[in-house]
Write a protein that binds this ligand. Structure first.
Ligand SMILES: [Zn+2]
Ligand SMILES: [Zn+2]
Length: 117
């Protein structure tokens, strides 16, 4: 989740890049007034108001991780979404199994102690 969620390349921020765009092709581009960048529409760039950056294939801003979910980290995000609850369930099962085991050992020890007398 630490990786760059998909902030557009540096070239989109340069003025020389904007000058290379032809007038008739401008409809294929989209401008972010906050970042002041122009990116191709097919990049699917959306501005995130929490991070104050533009992100490619912006899915959403995750408040749990405090980061945007975009092109680069959407796989990591959905993997974490599945594995974290799985680990929690596994941890709970291990805890219950251990409690049962400890209870069993204590019962056996009590039985042995009773038999000795
Ligand atoms: Zn922006
Ligand atoms: Zn964000």
């Amino acid at each position: 989740m630490i990786i760059n969620p998909g902030i557009p390349e540096r070239k989109y921020y340069s003025k020389s890049y904007i000058q290379t765009i032809k007038k008739e092709e401008k409809s294929k581009y989209i401008k972010c007034k906050i970042c002041n960048i122009i990116t191709p529409k097919n990049l699917n760039v959306t501005h995130c108001y929490y991070c104050n950056v533009c992100v490619i294939n912006h899915d959403h801003h995750c408040t749990c991780f405090g980061k945007c979910v975009g092109k680069n980290n959407c796989c990591t995000f959905y993997t974490a979404l599945v594995t974290i609850p799985l680990y929690m369930v596994m941890g709970f099962i291990t805890l219950v199994a251990y409690a049962i085991y400890v209870d069993e050992v204590q019962t056996q020890l009590r039985r042995q102690a009773r038999n000795k007398h």
